[in-house]
Design a protein around this ligand. Sequence first.
Ligand code: ZN
Length: 338
Amino acid sequence: MTPPLWERYSRQILFAGIGEAGQQRLLDARVAVLGCGALGSFQAGALARTGIGYLRIIDRDYVELSNLQRQWLFDQCDVEQGLPKSIAAARKIAAINSGIQVDPVVADVTASNVDELLADVELILDGTDNFETRYLINDYAVDRVRPWIYGAAVASYGITMSIVPGQTACLRCIYPDPPSGAQPTCETAGVLGPVTALIASLQVSEAIKMLCGGEPSRKITTADVWSGEIRQVGQPGPSEDCPACGRREFPYLSGKQRAPVSLCGRNAVQIHERARPLDLQDLAARLMPLGAVRANEFALRFEIPPYLLTVFPDGRAIIKGTTDVGVARSLYARYIGG
Ligand SMILES: [Zn+2]
């Protein structure tokens, strides 16, 4: 290790659990942060500072004003530019640590692209905000034997646990199916910044330890930063009855459980059934006479009140201003093409 590298990481090299050998493992590590909201932006920033050699940051959304209260890497300029979160995160990280490689990906993780996005990383950090994607990660992780670190936060409450397929319980050992009915989300119940930092911090600590060869904690940790209550229960071992690691059924990975259009949990609908590349400059020229258009190389935003369409180069779109899938599909067909 060169003297500047040693200097940069000296305070964690001095820590007995890491040492110079551990630091070298971190520098050689390949990690994916899946979802770059409050949890993911904290994870990405912290992992970059730690010196994770290769960081893939995957997110489907763009930075909005309501994100800034808790999404640690973003600022007002990102909102003004309408930057996708993964791109904005990669730019911030380049200024924090230019010695590591960051691969920002603007995409919705689905059964059809999950292998392409996660096959070449050794650890996955959960920064998602929905059960659909978490169950897909779990299917993938169990099938391909990849460790992942589950984390979630809403209101003042959060939960995390490390999952190492073959060693610990998986998500479906503990929760065989996603919760039914409406669940509180950050859009309906709000979320406090500190609980996201707490949960993400525990996830990153587990990541560093596991990458340095340490054992996962084998605990389920829950915390409520408003009541000040923090609880841990021992994580059970893998269950023989588990549909994923016991019976090896992977419905999320085979794409059977996926609706073609998903709600983003706010007043918006995502259209992702059209996988076809779009020329955003060409689309901008076509839409210009019809409403306000702003485009950069990463996304195009088209305002046609009361709707705001954000279109990505892969053909995916987020349509804000409605929760009606039919309305969203019709706007997509009318303005982007059916
Ligand atoms: Zn399981």
